[in-house]
Design a protein around this ligand. Sequence first.
Ligand SMILES: NC(=O)c1ccc[n+]([C@@H]2O[C@H](COP(=O)([O-])OP(=O)(O)OC[C@H]3O[C@@H](n4cnc5c(N)ncnc54)[C@H](OP(=O)(O)O)[C@@H]3O)[C@@H](O)[C@H]2O)c1
Length: 283
Amino acid sequence: MTEKTSSLLGIIGYPIGHSVSPVFQQAALNHAGIDAKYLAWETPPENLSDRINSLKESGVIGANVTVPHKQSVLPFLDNLSKTAREIGAVNTIVNDKGVLYGHNTDVFGFMKSLHNDGDFFADGGQSALVLGAGGSAKAIAYGLLRDGIKKLVISNRTLSRAVQLKKELGNPENVFVATPESTDMLRDHHLIVNCTTLGMKHGPGEDKSPLSPEHISKGTVVFDLVYNPRRTPLIKEAMGIGARAISGLPMLIYQGAEAFRLWTGINPPTEVMFDAAENALKG
Ligand SMILES: NC(=O)c1ccc[n+]([C@@H]2O[C@H](COP(=O)([O-])OP(=O)(O)OC[C@H]3O[C@@H](n4cnc5c(N)ncnc54)[C@H](OP(=O)(O)O)[C@@H]3O)[C@@H](O)[C@H]2O)c1
């Protein structure tokens, strides 16, 4: 008698030990009664091509992609969604009979999380400050511009990366670049988004906030992409001032839920995913 093997999914990154995606995606698969295993596929850059090719096998449904492969994975894919092509980054791959489709659900996750308790733009959100100029900053800047932000400042420790990001966004006239020292440009924004790694558990800047509290006011929405810990130094600053503070966990879940929908075609059990991730982060 041959043993029935489960289908496979996984997250591709390097390193990958910190990721909570295997926990909440497996919980969602189990809840939906889908016989599939979601694995952590630690993949150093030199093995990326082999890893991506292995996704074409018949038992593989697809994958998530994380740091540092979101951009370098593009040449190995057969098709890209409009968003993935325009951002130049993929976080979700779907295997359709050996043809690999690349998607980017980070923008969806961010926007859904931002609008969760109110329409940010209708609430007067016209100016945003993005801290950082790496992969996630690009997705966030793309989403905010696409949805009509009037003014966007990108502040980064390394100014040349902010300049490069502005160029990649098509050099829009309403995008400005700054460094953490350009204090005048960091003031008076409706939204502040931390896209740096500062505040991340076990990271070198674990106890640091990317912004001084003097740049936050009560009416500011402060969004920290860092999700571990839930209360980062920036989130604590914002809460202390009475500003609306959003942790990176809802974005993580919503991008994962959208990936789940792309893989399975069914509505993701979002609450199950939240519970599993929150439990994993407590441990
Ligand atoms: N919640 C979610 O769903 C979600 C999704 C994506 C990413 N994230 C989180 O977002 C963060 C950024 O991810 P990423 O992919 O954009 O990373 P990345 O491409 O490596 O970019 C890192 C950014 O952090 C800045 N940075 C690093 N160390 C710094 C320091 N000591 N002082 C000031 N700036 C510093 C870098 O500045 P330089 O250019 O000067 O080096 C760069 O702008 C990570 O914590 C990641 O876990 C969360």
